[in-house]
Design a protein around this ligand. Structure first.
Ligand code: BG6
Length: 454
């Protein structure tokens, strides 16, 4: 985190990129055992980054990056959740050393949607206190191993999705009521775990920086009806401020607290936990932003049960926004203004430096005559960078930009039909081929854009 140098990067995550899901002592992760629909790629090979990492890092160097945002696979480092696998650490040692050799700052995330399945099977996963301790000890191992090399750490990627998606955390509830209760308890336990990791880092390497990555929810009201405006505020609070307030202030917003209490979903907080939560603040916040949401006050007949858990609040109903351009994989619309507003909202509330850790456009790119032309992605990235530039010129401390994703990855839920990469990975959902790398037009465009500076 050098204040004077804007960081230009790109992002990946371990389970979506690496493959080699049982190689060199790696244990099964929660994402390796989930049921993937027939015809959709899984994590076994993914983008085969485990065997192509030298090539991928060289491509980063040639792109002109000075930061690489990636994640550690907990089950590669600790296959059973506790015991260190030296070969797992060695893999990340190689990545980090090569980054440093190329002048690229490594920015690892400790938890990006996956954990050793053994912790779920034997200890109850994120619902248990022992998993909080296991996460803290995993974080300590990583901090000690990479001290002096890694200067900036991410605790948890997108706590909202990480706590809501049962296929990622692998805790499967028996009823709707139980799944809602679980979601809030898991999220609370993650907040405790995150604070423990922050404290441990400051003991081991006080100069290092650490923060969460939030999938920011910028929510527009469907109309100027005060009920819609209140619903949009509720939605932002439920899906964004509730999580970041815990990271930054160590407590939930009032409205969120009373909403959970009324439903019997508020986790019990001990005095010791309360003190821990308030004991430390993050050094920065990472922003993942793809699209905004639009909501209205819920109608009487609105069926909440069919929605993803994090949208299942009875305080708002998601609607269409006719002002935004849509695409096949971006049905909520694309909106650079949402990123600009997100930067302002987060800075005004938390007064912390910000980095864009993910931002990208999904498309079913096609390889034609050895080339991939993706003007839609170039337009998307360019428009979002323009808004970051505006925010920085106005004085907001945004210190870096990492588009999602460096290479095509197996999407969190939709395989290889949905691609975000600057570099095409030549495989399909059902045929892994050689996973050859082919830079897309957006790769060459981004290289020139970086040269211009923000
Ligand atoms: C973010 C995640 O939610 O968005 C990534 O941090 C994910 O892991 C990305 O891949 C894009 O979402 P999806 O579902 O299209 O892969």
């Amino acid at each position: 985190m050098n204040k004077n140098q804007f960081l230009w990067g790109a992002s990946t995550s371990a389970f979506q990129a690496e493959g080699a899901y049982l190689e060199d002592g790696k244990g099964l992760g929660t994402v390796d055992v989930r049921v993937v629909p027939e015809g959709i790629a899984d994590t076994k090979i993914a983008s085969d980054h485990y065997h192509h990492f030298e090539e991928d890092l060289l491509a980063m160097k040639e792109l002109g990056l000075n930061v690489y945002r990636f994640s550690f696979s907990w089950s590669r480092i600790m296959p059973d959740g506790h015991t260190v696998n030296e070969k797992g650490l060695a893999f990340y040692d190689k990545i980090i050393d090569r980054c440093l050799e190329y002048g690229i700052e490594p920015l690892p995330t400790l938890y990006h949607f996956e954990m050793p399945q053994a912790l779920v099977d034997k200890e109850g996963g994120w619902l248990s206190k022992s998993t909080i301790e296991a996460y803290a000890s995993y974080a300590k191992t990583c901090f000690e191993q990479f001290k002096g090399k890694v200067k900036t750490w991410v605790t948890i990627n997108e706590q909202l999705i990480a706590s809501a998606a049962s296929d990622l955390h692998a805790i499967h509830a028996q009823s709707e009521e139980e799944s809602m209760k679980n979601m809030y308890q898991i999220s609370f336990n993650m907040s405790i775990a995150e604070k423990k990791a922050m404290q441990i880092l400051k003991q081991i390497d006080p100069e290092s920086k650490i923060g969460p990555v939030c999938s920011i929810q910028i929510v527009y009201p469907n109309s100027c009806d005060p009920k819609d405006i209140c619903a949009s505020y509720d939605a932002e609070e439920m899906m964004m401020y509730s999580l970041l307030d815990m990271s930054a202030f160590g407590h939930y917003p009032k409205r969120y607290t009373s909403y959970l209490k009324e439903r019997g979903w508020l986790p019990t907080i001990s005095k010791e936990e309360e003190n821990l939560l308030k004991s430390i603040r993050p050094d920065f916040i990472g922003i993942n932003y793809y699209f905004p949401l639009t909501v209205k006050a819920p109608g009487k007949d609105h069926d909440f049960s069919k929605l993803p858990p994090f949208w299942r609040s009875t305080l708002f109903e998601v609607t269409d926004n006719p002002y935004l351009e849509k695409s096949e994989w971006m049905p909520n619309g694309m909106d650079p203004m949402g990123l600009y507003l997100g930067i302002r909202k987060l800075y005004d509330r938390y007064h912390l430096p910000l980095i864009i850790t993910e931002n990208g456009m999904a498309y079913s790119d096609k390889l034609e005559n050895g080339e991939v032309h993706d003007p839609y992605r170039i337009a998307y990235l360019d428009a979002h960078i323009q808004k970051i530039k505006q925010a920085v010129e106005e004085g907001y401390p945004v210190f870096g930009y990492c588009p999602w994703s460096l290479i095509d990855l197996v999407s969190s839920h939709q395989g290889f039909g949905k691609r975000y990469g600057l570099i095409y990975v030549d495989r399909t959902d059902t045929d892994e081929k050689e996973c050859a790398r082919i830079p897309k037009d957006s790769y060459y465009w981004y290289r020139e854009r970086i040269k211009k500076g923000l």
